[in-house]
Design a binder for this molecule. Structure first.
Ligand code: SAM
Length: 217
């Protein structure tokens, strides 16, 4: 009943699917907490939960946040490290105090060159997700491809001992990437924070103790 009243107060122009989304937002405790604590979105609590479990952020670290908009992961990274945080996104993401930002596609060589000029980093975090096409099989393929692109570009940026935290889905691509990550990191695990909606198939892959490949001359 309470819910129906809330829906009733939403504009008539909202379609049922967007009404569902709005209602979920209104009832979501993480959305309320994000507003209260000044985070730009509820995702902040996913990262905070994972930090509480794995303790990857340390004071003074340099962190790269791929797919950072609207900016709550960068806010959390800054809060814990007080160090250098660089956020990158296709979308604008201005006005984050103490956080550097590049706008562009991190799969593109020019943006990668700009990012590399700011490295190396102690941690690379990515909550990046391609916009949905509405076709699940295509979306999963694109998500797997994005994880692969991020991984191709990350090794040259990470300091030995560094960590990597990336949003993923249980796809074949991600399983084969996990096999590669296991060779390059001391420990690899899958995380599903409580703040990640149960109906969402997203997981986070956390890899720590980066071991760069030794190139023999
Ligand atoms: C779920 S949002 C990230 C939310 C963010 N972690 C936060 O807490 O505010 C995913 C973001 O990934 C970005 N993204 C996806 N592919 C990208 C790419 N190739 N280059 C840059 N940004 C990308 C999207 O523009 C979107 O803003």
């Amino acid at each position: 009943m309470k819910d129906r009243k809330k829906i009733g107060s939403l504009k008539r122009s909202h379609k049922p699917s967007s009404q569902g989304w709005l209602l979920r937002q209104l009832n979501d405790p993480y959305v309320k907490q994000a507003r209260y604590f000044g985070y730009r979105c509820r995702s902040a609590f996913k990262l905070k939960e994972m930090q509480e479990k794995e303790n990857f952020f340390k004071k003074g670290q340099r962190i790269l946040d791929l797919g950072c908009a609207p900016g709550s992961w960068s806010q959390v990274a800054k809060e814990y490290t007080q160090g250098f945080v660089l956020g990158v996104d296709l979308l604008p993401c201005q006005g984050m105090t103490g956080i550097e930002f590049f706008q562009g596609d991190f799969c593109e060589p020019e943006i990668q060159a700009q990012i590399t000029s700011k490295g190396p980093f102690d941690g690379v975090i990515s909550d990046a997700a391609p916009s949905s096409t509405g076709h699940q099989a295509t979306d999963l393929l694109r998500i797997g491809q994005l994880a692969e692109d991020i991984w191709e570009f990350t090794p040259g940026l990470l300091r030995p001992g560094g960590f990597f935290l990336i949003k993923a889905y249980h796809t074949q691509e991600v399983q084969s990437l996990t096999a590669q990550w296991k060779q390059r990191f001391q420990r690899v695990s899958y995380l599903k924070p409580n703040a990640s909606r149960k109906e969402s198939k997203e997981i986070y892959v956390y890899a720590s103790g980066y071991r760069p490949k030794v190139v023999l001359q």
